[in-house]
Design a protein around this ligand. Sequence first.
Ligand code: NAD
Ligand SMILES: O=C(O)C1=N[C@H](C(=O)O)CCC1
Length: 216
Amino acid sequence: MRYGLVGSSGRMGHEIKEVFSAHELVLEVDESGIFRRGEPNVFVDFSNRSVLATTLQLCSQYGAGLVIGTTALAEEDMKAIKELSNHVPVVQSYNFSTGINILKILLRESASLFEGMDVEIIETHHNKKKDVPSGTAIILKEALGREVPVHSLRIGGVPGDHTIFFANEGEVLQISHHAISRRVFAIGALRAAEFCVSAKNGFYSFEEVLRWTQKR
Ligand SMILES: NC(=O)c1ccc[n+]([C@@H]2O[C@H](COP(=O)([O-])OP(=O)(O)OC[C@H]3O[C@@H](n4cnc5c(N)ncnc54)[C@H](O)[C@@H]3O)[C@@H](O)[C@H]2O)c1
Ligand SMILES: O=C(O)C1=N[C@H](C(=O)O)CCC1
């Protein structure tokens, strides 16, 4: 697979290059500019919403699919990404770990059981993370289908921890996810890129990629 990497000099960019080592990196984008060595058939974007227009233009120019993990996207950004998905396959997720996506499914399917309980989220990330709350906390709230207080810690080099607390008068249920390293997100992005190169045009979640992976 020939891939382009937007955010190539970043924390995730470095992880992606390691996990994608069996594939050919032919185009890189970071704050220093665009560096082309070939024609990608898929782009991976872990950067910042400020470079999204460039990402979308490059995908259109090369007719290449897109795997985008960048968080803190605005509504108009998602609209533009969905427009691109009419022309190429797009996988978008605020969290490319298997565990968080399983948790999303469990929360969505059991949300009614938590009615009447207090629910709050604590998310902890490294002290260089620019956005708050995490994109993962946002998607967990969406899975629960209700507004939930989120408490954010930005400390040390934590790759990404999320705990959901459910409480009533007599008990507390805690469900936690701990990312051991950023490697988990890069592995998920690789699965998504492999999905993209053979998928029909369209907008896909990482859950759909996981189900596709299971069927292989
Ligand atoms: N979806 C997931 O699973 C997942 C996992 C980890 C991180 N993320 C998200 O990925 C993004 C990047 O995280 P990170 O820790 O790698 O960040 P980082 O700050 O280490 O890297 C950002 C990269 O984007 C580039 N960049 C930023 N602004 C740019 C611009 N205007 N023009 C060109 N290049 C630009 C930087 O040069 C750098 O290469 C964040 O939004 C983060 O929340 C998502
Ligand atoms: O390191 C980050 O930044 C992460 N961002 C995503 C989020 O905002 O949820 C995923 C976890 C790591």
